[in-house]
Design a protein around this ligand. Structure first.
Ligand SMILES: Cc1cc2nc3c(=O)[nH]c(=O)nc-3n(C[C@H](O)[C@H](O)[C@H](O)COP(=O)(O)O)c2cc1C
Length: 199
């Protein structure tokens, strides 16, 4: 009897240790593995399912992920524009040389920096942008960074459409939508770029 109870106990312990997923298809990945997988799966997506909107709930998650970014001296010098008016999106696409995919996107996020608040504004806003891109990947959305700063002509295009205060500069325009087609992340790992203790 003791032997049976012992065996039952070991089986239960093994089952718990293996953390079988709900479908019993294998070992549930750890939180770290899920997050790392998301980082490695992130890719620029430039084609979106026409007419499929990003919901308010999805947008809220993207914006909150963005604002969770670190910033120099915690100054948080970001200001974020949300664009979902078709006319503005199309005019942005027309004016931005590498932003033509905006004609297909249901919305875009423009990450701007307060240049008075911090000299690091473009670094801090880059981290906001990366958080948004990673959150989009995690939520099955597609997004891509399209550059505004440091190009004066592109910044002027955005300023001509939206009345942004002079001390605030748009860093980028991030179209967001539901990915159309298959998109694969690029392989970037290159161990020759790692320098351990000496160059
Ligand atoms: C600073 C910066 C500027 C970029 N500008 C543009 C752009 O104007 N248009 C565009 O289609 N992609 C732009 N990209 C996206 C890059 O082309 C893309 O990240 C790169 O090719 C690597 O591909 P991946 O994002 O799929 O890993 C930009 C990315 C960064 C970080």
């Amino acid at each position: 009897m003791n032997k049976i109870i012992g065996l039952l106990f070991i089986s239960l312990a093994l089952l718990t240790a293996c953390k079988q997923d709900k479908k019993g298809e294998g070992i549930t990945p750890s939180k770290a593995e899920i997050i790392l997988e998301n980082i490695h799966n992130r890719k620029s997506v430039r084609d979106y399912i026409p007419g499929k909107a990003v919901t308010d709930e999805e947008l809220d998650k993207l914006l909150k992920a963005g604002m969770a970014a670190p910033s120099g001296q915690n100054k948080q010098p970001w200001e974020i524009l949300v664009i979902n008016e078709r006319e503005i999106l199309d005019k942005l696409a027309e004016g931005l040389p590498y932003g033509k995919m905006l004609t297909k996107a249901p919305m875009a996020i423009i990450v701007c920096g307060d240049t008075i608040k911090s000299n690091y504004w473009y670094l801090d806003c880059s981290l906001v942008s990366q958080n948004i891109l990673l959150a989009a990947e995690a939520m099955g959305l597609g997004a891509v960074w399209t550059a505004a700063y440091p190009y004066e002509d592109r910044i002027a295009v955005i300023r001509s459409l939206i009345d942004i205060p002079a001390h605030v500069t748009p860093l980028n325009v991030i179209p967001v939508g539901h990915p159309k087609g298959e998109h694969q992340p690029k392989e970037k790992w290159d161990d020759t770029k790692i320098h351990r203790n000496k160059w």
